[in-house]
Design a protein around this ligand. Sequence first.
Ligand code: CA
Length: 243
Amino acid sequence: MSHILVVEDEEKLARFVELELIHEGYEVTKSGDGREALELATNNSYDLILLDIMLPGLNGLEVLRRINNPGGPHTPVILLTARDAVMDKVSGLDAGAVDYITKPFAIEELLARIRVALKLHPAGAALQGTSGSGDTAHVAGDDQEGIHRWKSLVLDEKKHRVTYDGKEITLTNREFEMLKVFLTNLDIVMTRDTLLEKVCGYDYVGETNIVDVYVRFLRSKIDEAFDVKMIETVRGVGYVIKS
Ligand code: CA
């Protein structure tokens, strides 16, 4: 049974979500305070956290950042955001949220997103993805599987690491996934829909311009930082990295 932490200070909404989740067979813990939620997340192992942004104590984005800090619990988080708060969504996804849902939401949509998030991020996967040091049995170079290259750029799937000319580039999970999609499809033009599906999941229901936002992040961290032209725009279609 999956255990979900619901962090929401609007009591009626929190209670409603709790009852629906219990009805669906989930185990639920509730918190209405950011600081308390962070403490709960750190000291327990939840499968998923539903996290409101506007919270007393510590705001949701800050809680999210601390959850995804090195040494944090790295529990998958779905953010609950206010309508039109585009910056919250972008900062939230960039800080490592696996998805977001805009309030007010239909409970069916929330349940669908929870199912997808639990399927894509099974318990413990987040921790494995970020550890890296547990991987020392693999001597560098003894196994090229999961290593993708473009010019001086190297993406190592197992170590979840990207370097350019040996310099480490810090990417969020979503940026990493998107870069991986491009590198495993060199010379193939990727449409926004394809990228959205591969990076955000098949059931993702959000703005497709989120793809453009991630391409912009990748370009600023790679193209601009290393003065190369890696991701090319194909007008009206999408993006491509050419070999
Ligand atoms: Ca709130």
